[in-house]
Design a protein around this ligand. Structure first.
Ligand code: RIB
Length: 302
């Protein structure tokens, strides 16, 4: 079995729940303030580790109370934290999240995540069969350095370009599997996309990014659209009652990485990850809502 290496962000998610989201300039009364471990990198690492794949997280925490709490939580999920450094002079990454009707808005303040550098990603011993995963909440040159090392070692690279920002073509050329939602796809391709669009619109946009790589577009409750070697396939979403979609995309990424590291064929891994994400949305919080192998297998069996 290969390993999963995630170079990415670790955040404390400070969540305010409310009946509805405020409009710009408006104040609404909230219901509760909740604290959940999160950050796209940490969420993806927890998803992979809870599904039984040896997983190493590469990242940084601030030398503060949130940092200590996040380290304890991640260790308890079975994530290898040998390459997570405490960093003086900055705070742990913090996400301010508003949750209403299962949907969220997020403001992320990177703190220590902005300090993850090329030296940090030089440490892991990557090998053929491993899967290297990253997202856009750490500096982009660090991700490029990580993927160069992964490619040289024969590992598969997965990029989740979230939150969306412009990326050099050289970085995208280092990617084997790109996983993004419709907003990120629209941003990277310059296409005007809405979640209600026909699949053909997403296929057209995804084709402009493919250039030899697999492109997976996560479409929320509609499932996942994947472009693989010029063919497209749609993995339909499962009908579930979502209470909090925060981290669902990360669950999909981590689950896919874990299955590929186990040697599963891509199509099976996509179906498995789609089910994993459908379990994640039925629980509150990001990292704490990642499912176990048993939960995914039980859901697949029904
Ligand atoms: O993808 C969800 C994550 O985005 C949250 O956990 C939050 O920390 C932000 O990074």
């Amino acid at each position: 079995m290969g390993r999963v290496f995630v170079a990415g962000s670790i955040n404390m998610d400070v969540v305010a729940t409310a009946e509805r989201h405020p409009r710009i300039g408006e104040t609404v009364a909230g219901e509760a303030v909740l604290y959940f471990p999160g950050g796209k990198g940490a969420n993806q690492a927890v998803a992979a580790a809870k599904l039984g794949t040896p997983t190493t997280l590469i990242g940084r925490l601030g030398a503060d109370a949130f940092g200590q709490e996040l380290r304890r939580f991640l260790a308890a999920q079975g994530v290898d934290l040998a390459l997570v450094k405490d960093t003086a002079g900055t705070h742990s990454g913090t996400a301010i999240i508003t949750l209403a009707n299962a949907d969220n808005t997020i403001v992320v303040v990177p703190g220590a995540n902005a300090r993850v550098d090329a030296d940090d990603v030089a440490a892991p011993m990557l090998a053929t069969g491993d899967v290297a995963v990253s997202q856009f909440e750490i500096p982009l040159p660090t991700i490029a350095a990580f993927f160069r090392r992964a490619r040289a070692a024969g590992a598969t690279t997965i990029l989740n370009p979230a939150p969306a920002k412009q990326a050099d073509p050289e970085l995208l050329d280092l990617v084997d599997i790109l996983i993004l939602n419709e907003t990120e796809l629209g941003f990277l391709t310059g296409h005007e996309l809405r979640d209600s669009d026909d699949p053909e619109r997403f296929i057209e946009a995804a084709q402009t990014l493919a250039q030899g790589k697999v492109v997976c577009v996560t479409l929320g409750k509609r499932g996942v659209l994947a472009l693989v070697e010029g063919q497209h396939l749609l993995v339909p979403g499962r009908e579930v009652k979502a209470v909090d979609t925060t981290g669902a995309g990360d669950c999909f990424v981590g689950a896919l990485a874990s299955q590929l590291a186990c040697g599963r064929p891509l199509r099976d891994a996509l179906a498995y990850a789609n089910v994993a994400a459908s379990i994640c949305v039925q629980r509150m919080g990001a990292a704490p809502s990642m499912p176990t192998t048993k939960e995914v297998e039980d859901a697949l069996a029904t």
